[in-house]
Design a protein around this ligand. Structure first.
Ligand code: 1HE
Length: 258
């Protein structure tokens, strides 16, 4: 286990559990915490094959630490936003898939952080908002790129213009989370999913994190070509051959009806 600036890393087998540990400030993201988050993802133990990101206390994350929002000139503002981008890019395009366990407030920069993860599990206490609109600022942690991919430009525009808050049920329907679970169970579900993810062939996980989002942004013709390259690389790995062989020999699980 390691603990740095308001963040804790524990290994549960092959799953790295990363916890924001600033509950008194609702896990608000200070500059120090953003830098610590970046460092955690840069230095994940080699045995990590998947990660869970969670927050201590009643809320996942209250977003940017507003007490640090001093007067910055335009250049400093760009640098600050780019610091967030670097950290959250490492969450999205880092070494392992990340499952976010959400509860309570997932707001502002907290929603930007959640949207950089690969799977979001929300419990029934979760709510989503972008209070930037009413604070007179704009998203700066990648939210304008990642959040519309989850819920669409129109919903994000409405949230920022009107201060609309989505509850857990409506939020899951809108696309914020892939899983909605009873209150208090998001962490357990996220850990179970991360253990399942950790069992995949590493190259498959790599393709899903690094190839799929890029293919989805490419024109169809280029996307299809990139897909062919990725498919050929993945299936040529010895682990892929062994897994297919195991199925053909009746030694691997069948797909079960959902
Ligand atoms: C904070 C922050 C924060 C709480 N920065 N200190 N984010 C926001 O605009 C959301 C602001 N926070 C809230 O609306 C509420 O705090 C919550 C709904 C998240 C939680 O409410 P509650 O009643 O559980 O807690 P609280 O009493 O409001 O807050 C507890 C303490 O945390 C209190 O400090 P204390 O010293 O008086 O005990 C709060 O001041 C403190 N706290 N949230 C600083 N965000 C890359 S750009 C991203 C831009 C944004 O993220 S803008 C959106 C910022």
């Amino acid at each position: 286990m390691s603990t740095t600036h308001d963040i804790k890393l524990e290994m549960h087998g092959a799953v790295a559990v990363i916890t924001l540990t600033r509950p008194a400030k609702r896990n608000a993201l200070s500059d120090g915490l953003i830098l610590a988050l970046r460092q955690v993802f840069e230095t994940l133990p080699r045995q990590a094959r998947a990660a869970v990101l969670t927050g201590e206390g009643e809320h996942f994350c209250a977003g940017l630490d507003l007490s640090e929002l001093q007067e910055r000139d335009a250049g400093q503002g760009v640098m600050h936003s780019r610091m967030w981008h670097a950290a959250l890019d490492l969450v999205q395009h880092g070494p392992v898939p990340v499952v976010a366990a959400l509860h309570g407030a997932v707001v502002g920069g907290g929603l930007e952080l959640a949207s950089a993860c690969h799977i979001r599990v929300a419990d029934e206490s979760t709510f989503y908002a972008l209070p930037e609109g009413s604070r007179g600022i704009f998203v700066g942690g990648g939210g304008s790129v990642r959040i519309p991919k989850l819920i669409g430009v129109a919903r994000m525009t409405d949230m920022m213009l009107t201060g609309r808050v989505y509850n857990a049920t409506d939020g899951e329907r809108a696309g914020f989370a892939q899983y909605l679970v009873p209150s208090g169970t998001a962490y357990d579900k996220a850990l179970a999913l991360a253990e399942r993810v950790a069992d995949n062939a590493p190259l498959t996980n790599y393709a899903l994190m690094h190839a799929l989002p890029r293919i989805a942004e490419q024109p169809a013709d280029q996307g299809l070509f990139t897909e062919s390259l990725m498919a050929a690389i993945a299936q040529s790995a010895p682990e892929a051959k062994a897994r297919v062989r195991a199925f053909l020999d009746g030694k691997a699980a069948k797909v079960q009806k959902g």
